[in-house]
Design a binder for this molecule. Structure first.
Ligand SMILES: *Cc1c(COP(=O)(O)O)cnc(C)c1O
Length: 382
């Protein structure tokens, strides 16, 4: 069985976790939480990092800190995992689903610009949607499958229209854009350490920001908005979103191996590209010039006419050979909970959804296994 993306534990994981168990520091205070935050901030060149219980929680709090309030609009790509979208709804705000850019597959700045020009007014320095008069508050780009979105034009638009940028870097840990780490490019960045991500804490996430005040507020809000450690006094509604020391211990051990994981995934991606280069109807995801992807998930586009089968049929044939693959995320605007929200035209996202397939990409995937996957793809075509 060749799985899609499974954790690669090892290194100091056992030692650090055992240390938590032996000392009894298992919950959300303890030295590993601080160490994990400090190491992550250093590694990524983020001013500050705040560990939280999931990537979804990170996005929720980051949006809140970006000033997103009930009734506001948040501009995001429709082609993403639902965990990008749901926190917008937790805040009572509304997503605006926009198209993907055709090289990086991240949020397309042209689509953002078009939405702003066609549907928004500048009202005393803030951007409002013409019809609803709702305020547009933030842009939420996603580094889909680890490949950095084209950020500069998005950051330019944000600056031009006074919008905050919250980066969903859940899939992009270890990727860089123009030499800077994914996750530190906007006002706030969000990571995930879910089991299938490039490093894992079982479940967990992190908020990154250069602004120490925002980091302090993130810590406060994720710790039940506790005013001080002793007295049960709370001035606001908070959240129980802290990462535990036990999880952070695993996180520190995993982070020590991030470079190794990225190297293996990039090596395998290069081999996939080489072996699939001449496969008719199979288009491996390209490298994008401005960035270095962590190659979290290697993806292909399957042209049904040319290949002889669609991606879902290919997925079933691979599965018969013990190879796990997965279709792309559904564009969110096509899913039942999100159909009523505003959106732009999304032809690129829909095309990617129709053709995309995710291939095995774990950090312990061998070159032999990559070759086996490519041979199976060759056999399954016409
Ligand atoms: C995994 C993921 C998240 C959420 O992370 P969790 O830790 O599972 O809550 C958010 N956005 C994207 C794009 C993801 O892939």
């Amino acid at each position: 069985m060749i799985p899609l993306s499974v954790p690669e534990i090892g290194g100091n994981a056992w030692k650090y976790v055992k240390e938590c168990l032996d000392t009894g520091w298992v919950s959300s205070s303890g030295s590993f939480v601080e160490r994990f935050e400090k190491k992550a901030a250093e590694r990524l060149g983020a001013g500050r990092a705040v560990a939280v219980s999931s990537g979804t929680a990170a996005i929720h709090i980051a949006l809140l800190l970006a000033g997103v309030e009930a009734g506001d609009l948040v501009l995001l790509p429709t082609l993403t995992f639902v965990a990008t979208v749901n926190p917008v709804l937790y805040l009572g705000a509304r997503p605006v689903f926009l198209d993907s850019e055709k090289n990086t597959w991240g949020l397309d700045a042209d689509a953002v610009r078009r939405f702003i020009h066609e549907h928004c007014d500048d009202e005393g320095g803030s951007l409002v949607e013409k019809e609803s008069r709702a305020r547009v508050r933030a842009i939420l780009p996603v580094h889909l499958y680890g490949r950095p979105a084209e950020m500069d034009p998005l950051l330019g638009l944000a600056a031009e229209y006074g919008l905050k940028v919250v980066e969903d870097a859940a899939e992009g840990l270890g990727s860089t854009y123009k030499g800077r780490a994914a996750g530190v490019l906007g006002d706030l960045g969000c990571l995930s350490f879910n089991g299938n991500k490039i490093i894992t804490t079982g479940g967990g996430g992190m908020i990154l920001t250069a602004d120490p005040d925002l980091a302090d507020r993130a810590r406060y809000l994720t710790t039940q908005a506790r005013d001080n450690p002793v007295d049960y006094h709370h001035s606001e509604v908070g959240y129980n979103y802290r990462l535990t020391n036990l999880q952070a211990a695993l996180g520190v051990a995993q982070l020590e191996r991030l470079d190794e994981f990225v190297a293996v995934r990039r090596r395998n991606a290069a081999l996939y590209r080489e072996l699939l280069a001449d496969a008719p109807g199979i288009e491996p995801c390209p490298e994008t010039p401005a960035s270095v992807s962590n190659c979290w998930i290697f993806t292909i586009l399957v042209d049904e006419e040319e290949y002889g089968r669609g991606p879902r049929q290919l997925m079933e044939l691979l599965s018969e050979e013990g190879i796990e693959s997965r279709p792309f995320f559904h564009p969110a605007h096509l899913l039942p909970p999100y159909r009523s929200f505003p959106r732009g035209p999304t032809p690129v996202a829909e095309e990617l959804f129709k053709k995309g397939l995710c291939l095995p990409s774990s950090s312990n995937l061998t070159t032999k296994e990559v070759r086996a996957v490519c041979r199976a793809i060759g056999r399954a075509g016409r």
